[in-house]
Design a protein around this ligand. Structure first.
Ligand code: MG
Length: 292
C-alpha cells in the first residue's frame, strides 16, 4: 500500500492511494479512526490492514490532484536517525571535499541525528538561508519507518520491525555541518527535510529492497545508484541500534546518500535560489522541491 498524509479543508488526514495511482481513499472513509500517520503506524492491526486493502479495491476515492499532499509524517515524534557516509563512492567524494571532516577509517556505521520541526511535502520550498549558508546541498535517501518498538532485534528478524519506506532529501548546509564539528545544526534548519510523497509498506518490497535511487538538479542527473550498495544495510542498522536503544514505532532512519552530491562535484556546485531538486526511488515515487 502507498500511504499518504493530505489536507482537505485545512484538516490533515491519512489516506491510501488506489490501484490506479490517481485517486486517494481516506482511512476514515474505510472505517479506521486514526487521525495521524504516527497513530496509524503505532496501532494498525493486520486485520485493519486487510480491511483497508479490500476497501481500496472496491472504492474509487477522490482525485489525487484535488487534494494537497503533505509529508507522510509531517511531525516526526523524535529526531531522524541518519546514517553518514554509507555508500563507498560518496565516502570518496566527501573526503575529497574535506578530508578532516569526512576522511579516515570507518569500521563502524556513522550515526547522527537531524531535528525536524515539520517535514516538507513534495513541492515545498527549501529555504536558501543566504546569510547563514554558503554551501547548500541535497542528499537523496531511502528512509526506513519502524513499525513496532524494536529492542534487541536479531539481524534475521529486522524486517519484521519495518513498517515501510519513503524518500527523504537530507538537505545539508556544508559550512555549518563542518564548522561545528558535529553535524546536527547543519542538517537541522527548518525546511531541511522534504519527505514523501508516500510511505510504501514493507510487504511491497524484497528483503532487503534493491531499488534504483537518483536525484536531479534542474533536470540534470546528479546521483544515480542502487540501494544494494549500502555499506551498512537495513538489518545491520536495526539490529545494532536496538541492542542499546529502543527504536520506537514511528522512528525514521535515513540510510545515507549515494555519490553525486554538490560537494562531490569538481568543482563543488551548491544549490542556489531558483533551483529545482528531484529525488526519486524506484517503487516509491519522486519528491521535487524548490530552493528560494
Ligand atoms: Mg545524509
Amino acid at each position: 500500500m502507498k500511504l499518504l498524509t493530505y489536507s482537505e479543508n485545512g484538516i490533515e488526514k491519512v489516506g491510501v492511494l488506489t490501484q490506479d495511482q490517481a485517486h486517494v481513499v481516506s482511512i476514515e472513509e474505510a472505517g479506521l479512526s486514526y487521525k495521524t500517520m504516527n497513530a496509524f503506524i503505532q496501532n494498525i492491526t493486520i486485520e485493519e490492514k486487510q480491511v483497508l486493502e479490500n476497501y481500496i479495491k472496491e472504492n474509487k476515492g477522490i482525485l489525487k490532484d484535488a487534494i494537497q499532499i503533505q509529508a507522510p509524517i509531517p511531525h516526526p515524534q523524535q529526531d531522524i536517525i541518519c546514517l553518514g557516509i554509507n555508500y563507498m563512492a560518496h565516502a570518496v567524494e566527501s573526503a575529497r571535499y574535506k578530508e578532516e571532516a569526512f576522511g579516515g577509517e570507518r569500521p563502524y556505521a556513522v550515526y547522527f541525528s537531524k531535528r525536524v520541526n515539520r517535514a516538507g511535502a513534495d513541492g515545498s520550498i527549501i529555504p536558501a538561508y543566504e546569510n547563514l549558508v554558503d554551501s547548500l546541498d541535497y542528499e537523496v535517501e531511502l528512509a526506513v519507518i519502524i513499525g513496532k518498538d524494536a529492542k534487541n532485534v536479531r539481524q534475521e528478524d529486522a524486517f519484521e520491525y519495518v513498517f515501510g519506506y519513503t524518500i527523504i532529501n537530507d538537505v545539508s548546509a556544508r559550512n555549518l555541518q563542518t564548522r561545528h564539528k558535529q553535524w546536527y545544526f547543519g542538517k537541522s534548519l527548518d525546511g531541511f527535510l522534504p519527505m514523501g510523497p508516500y510511505i510504501v509498506t514493507e510487504d511491497c518490497f524484497t528483503r532487503p529492497p534493491v531499488l534504483s535511487i537518483c536525484s536531479r538538479v534542474n533536470g540534470e542527473l546528479r546521483q544515480n545508484a542502487t540501494t544494494d550498495l549500502l555499506i551498512f544495510g537495513i538489518s545491520h542498522v536495526i539490529s545494532e541500534l536496538s541492542q542499546g536503544m529502543t527504536l520506537k514505532a514511528g522512528t525514521i532512519i535515513a540510510m545515507g546518500t549515494p555519490a553525486g552530491v554538490g560537494m562531490g562535484m569538481q568543482p563543488p556546485q551548491f544549490l542556489k535560489s531558483g533551483d529545482e531538486i528531484t529525488c526519486e526511488i524506484e517503487g516509491i515515487g519522486s519528491l521535487t522541491n524548490y530552493v528560494r
